[in-house]
Design a protein. Structure first.
Length: 502
């Protein structure tokens, strides 16, 4: 149960051990989150090896990523609310156990069907784990400097996980085999599971009802899953096909139905009152746009380095080190700036830097060199990501009641993932179309030629830069200069031993 606690101090000084336990608990949930984010990117560089070993067709190969994304993006919102209702530590451990077991099964997969099935379950585990972890952070650390510091650490792990995944995926695939990109999760998951009961205590929303919004859960989960599937399918079969249009229309209808249900529900899955928090709403819109820009950035850069510069999987991963280190280094700076200057000043600046980096990526030449062309843009992008992701996460949880910590955590995760799915689908179509037009306009050029590919990437990067710039404008105009505090400022009483609380 949560209770209002301003300070907890015992005569024997044991409050210091409580404080250290909270920070050790943060290390546990951050390690789990890093593993989830890492897994989104780590698979990409191993796809050619997976295709060869398991005899995947080219059409089926994309499902190794898509199956995970559909369940991860589609169930995050439900996972956040289940954490509030069933217990945040309980759902964290259940999601982590499922994620760990299915990681082992992924590595042992014997066919394309088995790997796709196990990846679906792994995405489900991630969707239960991730919002539960963030809601534990929210209920453990008070809003303000303390929570900002914790979210700075969270942001460093989340922001660098994608880049680290490409590096680790290249190293494991090159030196061992593709199975190890999944096996690496198993020991980490088991260690985190072992220490979780000791470092994290249970908490849940203290509600005066026992209703569950089943209709809302079904409509939003199926709607989001269908949206991710439709976006992925559109990149393969086209946006104008009857099936793609039908899927998108059905997805939109389900999401609209969810909104109608939530306004009428006695116990809504997503209480619409949280959108009265302007900073939360603006942070989620920014998160949608940021997800669209940044997920697509990693996707296009990996293609550029491997298809145009002909980097190996390992070399591609190593190339991301500068970006990863920049994110980690500036995440601490980011949370300090938010504490001192506020979200409204830091988030737009971070998005603007991300937009500037995307413009530099758009200017990458056919015969690019790492230190002249990629390195400066990687540094700028890493700084921008750190200065955007941390305040965006803080803003998405600002003013939230403890009872809504899980759903707010699920919401900010969902907007980023859905934005990423939309962004990757859109830029894939843009890059492919521009490349095709280039080939038709230049006799002798081929669709796999460096010049044609680079031209397609160039236009796609400019589109992403525009999206990031819109995100900067949204943050600057809509985020409050002084966001409202939650009605009751609490920390999780279950993290305080009984003898201290007494």
């Amino acid at each position: 149960m949560n209770s209002q606690i301003v300070t907890q101090r015992a005569a024997d000084g044991s409050s210091e051990s409580v404080d250290s336990r909270r920070w050790l608990g943060l290390a546990v949930i951050v390690a789990a989150q890093f593993m989830v984010v890492l897994d989104v990117a780590i698979v990409n560089v191993a796809l050619p090896s997976i295709k060869t070993d398991l005899n995947f067709s080219q059409e089926s190969l994309q499902w190794v990523i898509t199956a995970y994304s559909i369940f991860f993006g589609g169930v995050l919102l439900l996972g956040g609310r289940l954490a509030d209702l069933l217990g945040r530590r309980r759902l964290f451990m259940a999601g982590l156990l499922l994620f760990t077991v299915t990681s082992l099964l992924d590595g042992l997969a014997w066919s394309e069907g088995s790997l796709i099935a196990f990846r679906s379950l792994q995405g489900l585990g991630a969707a239960l784990l991730s919002p539960a972890a963030l809601s534990i952070l929210t209920t453990t650390f008070r809003q303000g400097r303390e929570r900002n510091l914790a979210l700075g650490i969270w942001g460093a792990a989340s922001g660098s996980g994608g880049a680290a995944g490409v590096l680790l995926g290249g190293a494991l695939t090159s030196s061992l085999s593709w199975s190890w990109i999944f096996f690496i999760n198993v020991p980490v998951g088991l260690i985190v599971l072992a220490v979780t009961p000791w470092l994290l205590r249970e908490s849940r929303a203290d509600l005066n009802h026992r209703y569950f919004d089943f209709t809302g859960a079904v409509s939003i989960t199926s709607g989001l899953m269908l949206l991710v599937y439709a976006m992925t399918r559109a990149t393969q079969h086209g946006w104008g096909t009857a099936e793609t249009i039908g899927l998108l229309a059905t997805s939109a209808a389900l999401i609209v139905a969810f909104v109608v249900v939530e306004f009428r529900s006695k116990a809504p899955l997503l209480p619409m009152r949280i959108f009265r928090l302007r900073t939360l709403s603006a942070s989620n819109v920014t998160g949608l746009l940021m997800g669209g820009a940044i997920f697509s950035q990693f996707f296009l850069l990996t293609l550029y380095m491997q298809q145009v510069l002909h980097y190996s999987a390992l070399k591609t991963g190593v190339a991301y080190i500068s970006l990863t280190l920049a994110i980690i280094s500036f995440s601490a700076v980011s949370q300090a700036l938010v504490t001192r200057l506020g979200i409204r000043r830091v988030l737009p600046f971070g998005m603007a830097l991300s937009a500037a980096a995307l413009v530099l990526f758009a200017r990458l030449p056919v015969h690019g060199s790492y230190f002249t062309d990629l390195f400066p843009a990687f540094l700028l992008s890493g700084i921008g990501l750190a200065l955007a992701f941390v305040p965006m996460s803080i803003g998405g949880l600002t003013g939230v009641r403890q009872v809504d910590a899980g759903i707010a955590s699920g919401l900010i995760n969902t907007t980023q993932q859905i934005g990423g799915a939309i962004g990757v689908a859109a830029v894939t179509t843009i890059a492919t179309t521009v490349t095709s037009n280039y080939v038709h306009a230049h006799p002798g050029a081929t669709a796999q030629g460096a010049a044609a590919l680079t031209h397609g990437f160039e236009i796609a990067f400019y589109v992403l830069a525009a999206i990031a710039a819109v995100g900067a404008a949204v943050a600057a105009l809509l985020i409050e200069s002084k966001p409202a505090a939650p009605e009751v400022e609490t920390v999780d009483a279950d993290l305080i031993p009984a003898e201290i609380a007494a």
